[in-house]
Ligand binder design. Structure first.
Ligand SMILES: [Zn+2]
Length: 230
């Protein structure tokens, strides 16, 4: 089985800016305000800004096109079992036709309830305040995991790592490993799949024994890795 874990660098190659390139400001929004769970709960002004910010992101994501790396993953999934895990909230993997993507930090076509963690689909509709159908709370938000908020899908990642076999391949693409570090999780679970790490700058935490590093952009690195498997 092949697992492909993608981060912001993957989407950056399709023209979507990443948090780490913006230095904490994103088109004049302070991301520590508009992606901040405790502030969202506390402050109506922050809630308004947060909805506005994510509606702008949603428009930006809607016009982005999956690059050749996304298409190659989809093609590989046609040939053999491939599971994609991403920290990205855009739907570029889905746009490429990839099935069964695990979104660790939520996705841009969902809303969620801050009280009971009910998630629901809104497809292309804008994020807007409403009422949770499960518990009636009006504290609802874009279905994206904010700073200071629980990430329900981390549990799915945990179980997926527990299931890894030494014959599996785990490819990590375009992430700084700052927020989620699958290498550390795999090691602490005592698992030994083949690990490939692709990023234009390989962080020190990825330079560990048993990890094959490929210093390249997500798109170019993925294509090279797939070529090397032929
Ligand atoms: Zn609810």
């Amino acid at each position: 089985m092949i697992y492909i874990f993608t981060g912001a660098g993957m989407a950056a190659d399709s023209g979507l800016p990443t948090f780490r390139d913006t230095g904490g400001l994103w088109e004049n929004y302070d991301i520590n305000q508009v992606c901040n769970f405790p502030q969202f709960i506390k402050d109506q002004h922050i809630r308004d800004l947060t909805f506005q910010f994510y509606n702008e992101r949603k428009l930006q994501y809607a016009v982005a096109k999956p690059h050749a790396g996304y298409l190659a993953i989809e093609k590989l999934q046609q040939q053999q079992p491939v599971k994609v895990i991403t920290t990205n909230i855009d739907l570029l993997h889905e746009a490429a036709g990839t099935a069964d993507v695990l979104h660790l930090h939520g996705r841009v076509d969902q809303m969620s309830c801050a009280q009971c963690y009910h998630y629901w689909d809104i497809a292309d509709h804008v994020f807007e305040p409403s009422e949770c159908a499960a518990c009636g709370s009006v504290m609802v938000k874009p279905g994206i995991v904010f700073f200071g908020e629980m990430a329900p899908e981390y549990e799915a990642l945990h179980w997926l790592i527990e299931d890894l076999k030494s014959t599996d391949t785990f490819v990590i693409v375009g992430t700084s490993l700052n927020v989620v570090n699958p290498i550390a999780m795999i090691r602490s679970a005592g698992k030994h799949p083949q690990i490939i790490f692709i990023d234009k700058k390989i962080p020190a935490v990825a330079k560990v024994s048993g990890v094959i590093g490929m210093e390249d952009t997500a798109e170019a690195g993925l294509l090279k890795w797939m070529d090397s498997m032929q």
